[in-house]
Ligand binder design. Structure first.
Ligand SMILES: Nc1ncnc2c1ncn2[C@@H]1O[C@H](COP(=O)(O)OP(=O)(O)OP(=O)(O)O)[C@@H](O)[C@H]1O
Length: 356
């Protein structure tokens, strides 16, 4: 029988690190995927030096996981933030990223950039990003959507696109159009099922290309769907790109809020304004009897926003149509139901606040 995610985490919680703590207690495991007998994850070290020191722990983790019953393959990759002088490689498509500019830079033609973040994976950050993009486009805004979730790009599926973007001159990348939104994803440059195992400098190069070499055109707002957590992509984006601000998505339960606080702390450290918090999977209304239940609790994100003095932007229910629409490639916000109305309200609030 294949191992469960919990069994994998339990093994990782026993792997000790130089300087004390374990892989899990020091929060180093990223992008953990447990699929059948296949286990993949990334170990994120704070520096290249610490990444090297992690090698024995990485090897021990690999060996311990391989020893679990039902495990066929284990792939563990260590990453560290880029050294400042590191040269960013070119993606296969397009030209070469230019040198690293000093401070945060604007993106040509783009009036506002919103980063959609979450502390924890699976809280619906990509769902919120695509639906918000579509809802804003329906309100007449010129909207771009950049899927920067390098470890698990899901926007091609959610927006229903799968063509590889063209690059007629080998430098400029032509983005795709879907549901009124101009979009680009790292996932469109990879073969299906191909895992992205990139180190810091490569991530920086890919992000730089997607922001600088994609022909976004004139946009009122570019929505950037970040990977979960607080890693290289977030750091690079905040330090190199002039962001209007970040929006943090969380589910209401305590464990998700705990991680959301880490993301908020990161933005504070990086001096990126947090424009507000969104509660996803807030409530569930039974389609048969109309009874409302709060599967992950309710109101936790609103309370957290109030505590931190941050705007609460809105709550989105758990809704089967939202998931089905995302899986089918037409975001629910493109339709007419209650979820579409909730996204329309969210979008209108951002437009009214000058954020989109
Ligand atoms: N409000 C909702 N109601 C029902 N299903 C939802 C809702 N929000 C998200 N989902 C579903 O939950 C799953 C995870 O959502 P999503 O991929 O958007 O999360 P994420 O935070 O971007 O995850 P990650 O970044 O870890 O990939 C998807 O199958 C999505 O369709």
């Amino acid at each position: 029988m294949a191992p469960t995610r919990d069994a994998v985490l339990q093994v990782l919680s026993r792997i000790t690190l130089p300087g004390g703590g374990t892989l899990t207690s020091r929060d180093m495991v990223r992008a953990l995927v447990v699929e059948g007998g296949d286990i993949r994850f990334v170990l994120e070290a704070p520096s290249a030096e610490e990444a090297r020191a992690l090698e024995p722990a990485r090897a021990a983790a690999e060996a311990a996981l391989r020893a679990l019953p039902g495990v066929a393959r284990v792939s563990v990759v260590t990453t560290a933030p880029a050294a400042p002088a590191a040269k960013a490689p070119s993606l296969k498509i397009g030209g070469h990223p230019t040198g690293q500019p000093a401070g945060p830079q604007p993106v040509r033609g783009v009036a506002r950039i919103l980063a959609i973040a979450s502390g924890k994976g699976g809280v619906g950050k990509s769902t919120v990003s695509s639906n918000l993009a579509v809802a804003l486009a329906r309100q007449g805004r010129r909207v771009g959507l950049l899927d920067a979730d390098i470890y698990g790009p899901s926007q091609p599926r959610m927006m229903g696109v799968n063509q590889r973007p063209a690059s007629p001159d080998g430098k400029t990348i032509i983005p795709l159009q879907a549901h009124g939104v101009t979009m680009m994803s790292i996932g469109l440059m990879l073969k299906e099922g191909e895992a992205v195992i990139w180190r810091g400098p490569m991530l920086m190069g890919a992000l730089q290309q997607m922001l600088g070499q994609v022909a976004w055109g004139e946009l009122d707002v570019l929505i950037v769907d970040l990977p979960p957590g607080t890693g290289d992509v977030q750091l690079t984006l905040c330090q190199r790109t002039q962001l209007t601000g970040a929006i943090v998505v969380s589910t209401p339960q305590d464990v998700a809020l705990l991680d959301a606080r880490k993301a908020l702390h990161m933005f504070e450290t990086l001096k990126t304004p947090v424009l507000g918090l969104i509660e996803n999977m807030s409530s569930f209304v039974c389609p048969n009897c109309g009874h409302e239940s709060h599967i992950f609790g309710h109101g936790g994100v609103r309370a957290e926003a109030a505590k931190l003095g941050l705007p609460f932007l809105g709550e989105l229910p758990i809704d089967l149509d939202t998931r089905l629409a995302g899986d089918a490639g037409t975001p629910v916000a493109a339709g007419d139901g209650p979820a579409a109305a909730a996204y329309a309200r969210l979008a209108a609030g951002l437009v009214a606040g000058g954020m989109a």
